[in-house]
Design a protein around this ligand. Structure first.
Ligand code: ZN
Ligand code: ZN
Length: 266
């Protein structure tokens, strides 16, 4: 099982999970051409696509989703609100609704969702479980981590979590006060500090991989994000891999390991 960061940041977000020869995309926030180019760059044939799971309808998460799904004949997995906000033309592609009380399965991927606080129609964090019990959680564009999100992300082996901005860099970013408030507010994004605190809470023995996502180019720096989060994770004894997602992918594939592989390390 592999995770490939095809790109993450305010200009577009897309992650590919590869398992048993099948591929699930988490978000599709680039053009179809760009996503296909990045998949090929990662050595993934686009016709291995099994589905596209979406967190919400904002362009940096969903701009290529409907056309890509249509082109490859794969379903979109999303909340009803996200699907309606995308306003796909009738029959463009199949839609599998993600609710809080149900899961959807495509190929080897079982996908679940949890509502988040963000200024979109019906945004969700996503959970993906694969054969053998390996479990991944993806949460970004999180205004604030609610109790439900904390519960949803617990005991995942791999976490993709937003570390959007450094609070000091946001204050000196030159953004008008109202924009700064939106970014830092309950409908906006998690800061490095917020992400560090949440990861400190979520840490457990079998957490193997943490991917920091949606870093702001203007209000964050990879060094600031890495330093803040490393401190919190080290304090909890984290010995896994910490990866900073880059805007321009594809990045080198990340091996995801779960409970079965974990016993090999014991
Ligand atoms: Zn958004
Ligand atoms: Zn976003």
């Amino acid at each position: 099982m592999k995770l490939v960061v095809l790109g993450s940041g305010s200009k577009g977000n897309c992650f590919a999970i590869v398992c048993d020869g099948a591929v699930l995309l988490i978000d599709a926030g680039f053009s179809v051409k760009e996503i296909e180019r990045r998949l090929e760059g990662a050595g993934i044939v686009p016709n291995a696509l099994a589905g596209i799971a979406l967190t919400h309808e904002h362009g940096d998460h969903a701009s290529g989703a409907v056309r890509l799904a249509e082109r490859h004949g794969v379903p979109i997995l999303a909340s009803l609100g996200t699907w309606q906000a995308l306003r796909p033309s009738a029959d463009a592609c199949d839609f599998l609704p993600l609710g809080t009380a149900s899961t959807m399965t495509v190929g080897p991927f079982t996908v679940s969702a949890c509502p988040t606080s963000h200024d979109a129609a019906e945004p969700v964090a996503l959970g993906v479980t694969m054969p053998g019990g390996t479990s991944l959680g993806a949460a970004y564009d999180l205004g604030r981590p609610t109790q439900a999100v904390r519960w949803f992300l617990r005991e995942r082996h791999c976490l993709i979590l937003e570390a959007n901005h450094d609070e000091a860099l946001l204050r000196t970013s030159g953004y008008p006060a109202v924009v700064q408030q939106r970014i830092a507010g309950p409908g906006g994004h998690l800061s490095n500090f917020d992400a560090a605190r949440l990861l400190g809470e979520l840490h457990h023995e079998a957490l193997r991989t943490v991917v920091l996502a949606h870093l702001s180019l203007r209000c964050n720096s990879p060094d600031a994000a890495r330093t803040t989060i490393t401190e919190a994770l080290s304090a909890r004894g984290f010995r896994g891999e910490l990866v900073l997602a880059e805007q321009d992918g594809p990045m080198h594939p990340i091996e995801i390991t779960g409970p079965a592989q974990q016993s090999l390390f014991a």
